[in-house]
Ligand binder design. Sequence first.
Ligand code: CO
Length: 153
Amino acid sequence: MPIKKLNHVSIAVDDLDQALAFYRDVLGLELTRRVRLEDRQLDIAFLRVGETELELITPLSADNTVARFLERRGQGLHHICFEVDDVAAEMRTLSARGAEFVESEPHPGAVGLVSFIHPSSANGVLVEINQVLAGAEPAATHELSAPVDPGVV
Ligand code: CO
């Protein structure tokens, strides 16, 4: 089961409204949804880019992985997400080929079931794979709930 498409590209930003002033107002991308995740202390905006999306994420407090990412690296690319048909099966396939996953099981994310590949096996980029669930509302409810290695992000 190969990777089907690039589901989204995620960018960590200091301020969501300031970032939207560029990505929405200057580039003209359509803002499709905004989500505030109190449990993860994250504010998220999705913008449509043809068949894929751009995800802007910003922390609501200093105590989360995105805040630590911004502190260490500053604003920029946070992760990319590839869509597959079956995340659990793809995890087994990719693991057998050498991919190191952050967790052993997929979990619910903003775009269905998701799992993250550690940046150390992907040339420094955090890679998410997702499986869209049938009938699932694409609104984010648990985006970035993965315990991503705090040493990296
Ligand atoms: Co994502």
